[in-house]
Design a protein around this ligand. Structure first.
Ligand code: SAM
Length: 296
C-alpha cells in the first residue's frame, strides 16, 4: 500500500496524512485487518504516526518488513503502538538462495539480525557486549548502565567500530524500567553490588524484558553453599559488606532468585560463575508451553 504511491525519499507529511485518511476510509468500509507492506515500510518518514492512527481506529495491523533496520528501539516502538503482527520476509532457509533472490549479498544475514538481541545490564566498558558482537555477527547489544559510566562505554564501542550494533541506554536498574524486549539478557558482575530486595526486583524486570523462552545469563563471583569458599570470593564479600552493605551470594541463592522470577535453570558452568536460565511460559492451565522462539 505504501510503496505503490511514492518512493520513500519522496514521501512528505501530506502523504502520511493521506495514508491516515485511507485507513480511516477502510475502517468506515468495515475492513478490520490491514497489511502494511512495501518496499520497506519502515523507511517511510511518519510510519509510526500511520501505525498509531491505524491502531487508534481499532484495526488489526500486520507490518511486513525486510527486518534490516529493526533495532531494539524500533521493535519496542512497534510493540508500544500495539502493532499486532510483524513479518520478516525470508525467501529461503539457505542464505545464498535468499541473497540471490533479493539480489544482494548479505541480505539474509541482515534480515535475521533483529532476532539476536542482547541486553547487557551494567555492561560497564562494554567488554562482554563487544566480545559477543565480534563473535556473533548477527548480534545487536544494548548496554544499560549508570549515566556516569556510558561516556567510557561509548568510547570503547566506537574504538571497536561497533557503534551501529551496540546501543547505550542510561539508567539505574534499581529504579528504572528496562527498555525493549530481548532474546537474551546478560547480568555480568552486577548482582554483588545489589542487596537481596534489589536483586529480586531486578530479575522480575529481566523477565519482563525477555521474549518468551528468552535466556538470562548471570555471571558473578559466586560463593559455595558454605559461603566461606572460594576464599578470594569470601574475602571480597567481606570487603563489600564493610564498604556498602552488599555482598557476594552463593550459587544456590542465585539459582533461587531465578526460579522465583519464573526462570527454568539450564546447564551449569564449572567453575560456578555463570548461571543460565530460560524464561518459562505457561498456558492458561499453568502448563509450561514448549519453545518455538528463535534463540540461536
Ligand atoms: C563490575 S562492573 C561489570 C561490568 C561488565 N558487566 C563486566 O562484566 O565486565 C559493574 C557495572 O555495573 C554498573 N552498575 C552498578 N549499579 C548499577 C545500577 N544500579 N544500575 C545500572 N548499572 C549499575 C556499574 O556502573 C558498572 O559498570
Amino acid at each position: 500500500m505504501l510503496a505503490q504511491r511514492v518512493r520513500s525519499d519522496q514521501i512528505t507529511l501530506r502523504t502520511v496524512e493521506e495514508l491516515c485518511q485511507i485507513l480511516t476510509r477502510l475502517k468506515e468500509l468495515e475492513v478490520f485487518d490491514v497489511v502494511i507492506t512495501g518496499g520497506e515500510p519502515l523507511l517511510l518518514k511518519g510510519i509510526f504516526e500511520v501505525l498509531q492512527h491505524a491502531k487508534s481506529l481499532g484495526l488489526y495491523i500486520c507490518l511486513n518488513t525486510n527486518g534490516t533496520i529493526v533495532t531494539p528501539r524500533i521493535a519496542q516502538r512497534l510493540r508500544d503502538i500495539g502493532v499486532d503482527c510483524v513479518k520478516v520476509s525470508i525467501d529461503s532457509a539457505n542464505a545464498a538462495v535468499h541473497d540471490r533472490f533479493r539480489g544482494q549479498v548479505g541480505a539474509f544475514r541482515r534480515s535475521l539480525s533483529p532476532f539476536h538481541t542482547l541486553l547487557d545490564i551494567g555492561g560497564g566498558a562494554g567488554t562482554c557486549s563487544i566480545a559477543l558482537c565480534l563473535a556473533y555477527p548477527h548480534l545487536h547489544a544494548t548496554i544499560f548502565d549508570l549515566p556516569g559510566t556510558l561516556p567510557m562505554t561509548q568510547q570503547m564501542t566506537q574504538q571497536a567500530n561497533l557503534q551501529d550494533r551496540i546501543n547505550l541506554i542510561a539508567g539505574d536498574v534499581t529504579k528504572d524500567g528496562l527498555p525493549g524486549i530481548y532474546d537474551a539478557v546478560l547480568v555480568s558482575h552486577v548482582v554483588h553490588w545489589l542487596d537481596e530486595e534489589q536483586i529480586s526486583l531486578l530479575f522480575n524486570k529481566v523477565s519482563t524484558a525477555l521474549e518468551d523462552h528468552g535466556m538470562v545469563l548471570v555471571r558473578d563471583f559466586f560463593l559455595e553453599t558454605s559461603k566461606t569458599a572460594p576464599r578470594q570470593t569470601a574475602v571480597f564479600s567481606v570487603s563489600l559488606l564493610v564498604q556498602g552493605g552488599s555482598r557476594c551470594y552463593s550459587f544456590d541463592e542465585g539459582a533461587t532468585w531465578l526460579t522465583q522470577a519464573g526462570f527454568r535453570r539450564g546447564a551449569e558452568k564449572i567453575p560456578r560463575e555463570l548461571i543460565l536460565a530460560k524464561k518459562q511460559v505457561r498456558d492458561e492451565d499453568g502448563r509450561e508451553t514448549s519453545e518455538c522462539g528463535h534463540m540461536g
